[in-house]
Design a protein around this ligand. Structure first.
Ligand SMILES: Cc1ncc(COP(=O)(O)O)c(C=O)c1O
Length: 403
């Protein structure tokens, strides 16, 4: 992959932080945006801006067409059966809340819901709350020592015939690619629906919701080179028909009278109010950017950097990396004995290196690992082995300073 060429598309990388060339390794939190995405946002506001779906005038119709074209592009990108199965949301968190909120009214007391210990809070708390609300029982699937999900334990939990199983495609702490297709097949044998949180997968792996047979698949545009404020929920038609609307307001109605309201057909029933129009168009540009590079190169690059970082970090005395180097993509989380993760992050920043520290919105996983937090480096298309070398050198230095 021509990383040197690709870096030219990301002018933000070309700056110094604290006197050092910036090394941006916080891509699991949000990726940087290529100029193509920035230009798409600007061109929309410069010459196309208008509200959609309700205008008879030229600009409104053009903006509506562009927004619906973005939906159609996302559907193709994700291998969805049809455009109406793609909902635009604010991001992964809103996508999951939309589903969990709908399940509140479908769950009954003593039904079962299964999440995993590697879920981000945004796929943990909404389900815990849905269970509190409905009286359903909440279970959290444990992990094996290598960071994989405990599939034997899952088999046992599935005999309870849970109403839904939710899991991350790639954990934002362990970086493990979970075998979601196999897990979905197992769950469906017990009549259990499956929601996959694809926030950490969408920029690294090709995803086909029809091939996975996922009931729900969610992700955020900003973690895949797109803008903030836009995300996707792709769901089976049968589920979208069954779930009640998440929010009420303009655009999601068919008819409103004093007596009652009827709702618009899919997908509009779930898109109340003015949607993130510019963001949808720019997210399409981001996906085109990803497609232009190609998933084969992207996966190879992501896995190569992970393997390299894993091996080089292990050279540091007292290094502990969470999860094995198997089936890992995009990120590595670690601690160095005797050095508090936050302090390591501050020292790395002083050397121009951006990483994330803390519990990574995964406190149940931190409890399971028996740590308060970790340092996480995460990779994108523009990162290089030389940047990993700078990270390793800086972590070694920080560890020596802190011990
Ligand atoms: C696995 C995972 N799920 C969900 C989220 C939440 O994404 P957002 O804040 O874009 O809604 C994140 C964010 O880091 C994540 O890593």
């Amino acid at each position: 992959m021509e990383t040197k060429q690709i870096r030219k598309d990301f002018p933000i990388l070309d700056q110094k932080v604290n006197g050092y060339p910036l090394v941006y390794l916080d891509n699991a939190a949000t990726t940087q945006k290529p100029v193509q995405v920035l230009e798409r946002l600007l061109s929309y506001y410069k010459s196309e801006n208008s509200n959609i779906h309700r205008g008879v005038h030229h600009l409104s119709q053009e903006a509506t067409d562009a927004y619906e074209d973005a939906r159609s592009y996302v559907a193709g990108f994700m291998g969805a059966d049809s455009n109406h199965t793609v909902l635009f949301t604010k991001g992964t968190t809103e996508s999951i809340n939309l589903v969990a909120n709908g399940f509140r009214s479908l769950l009954k007391a003593r039904d079962h819901v299964v999440a995993t210990l590697s879920d981000h809070h945004s796929n943990f708390v909404p389900w815990q709350q849905a269970c509190l609300y409905s009286g359903a029982l909440f279970h959290a699937l444990p992990l094996l020592p290598d960071g994989g999900l405990d599939l034997e334990q899952l088999g046992r939990l599935l005999t309870l015939e849970p109403k839904i199983l939710v899991l991350p495609h790639i954990s934002n702490v362990i970086g493990r690619i979970n075998p979601v297709k196999e897990i979905i097949r197992m769950a469906h044998c017990h009549g259990t629906a499956v929601l996959v949180d694809g926030a950490q997968a969408i920029a690294h792996l090709p995803v086909s919701v029809s091939d996975l047979n996922a009931d729900f698949y969610c992700w955020s545009g900003h973690k895949a080179y797109g803008p903030t404020g836009i995300g996707v929920l792709c769901a089976k038609t049968s589920w979208l028909e069954k779930l009640p609307p998440y929010q009420f307001g303009g655009e999601m109605i068919e008819e409103v009278t004093v007596e009652k309201t009827t709702f618009a057909p899919l997908p509009f029933k779930f898109e109340a109010g003015t949607p993130p129009i510019a963001e949808a168009l720019a997210m399409k540009t981001a996906l085109q950017y990803i497609k232009g590079i190609g998933f084969e190169s992207l996966m190879q690059h992501g896995q190569d950097l992970c393997r390299y970082a894993f091996a080089r970090l292990m050279e540091i005395p007292g290094m502990e990396i969470y999860g094995s180097d198997q089936d890992r993509c995009g990120l590595v989380s670690f601690n160095v004995k005797g050095a508090y993760h936050y302090d390591v992050g501050v020292i790395l920043d002083q050397m121009g290196i951006a990483v994330r520290t803390g519990h990574h919105c995964a406190q149940p996983l931190m409890d399971f690992l028996g740590i308060p937090g970790s340092v996480r480096c995460s990779f994108a298309v523009y990162n290089t082995r030389q940047e990993v070398d700078r990270l390793v050198e800086a972590v070694g230095k920080a560890a020596r300073m802190l011990r």
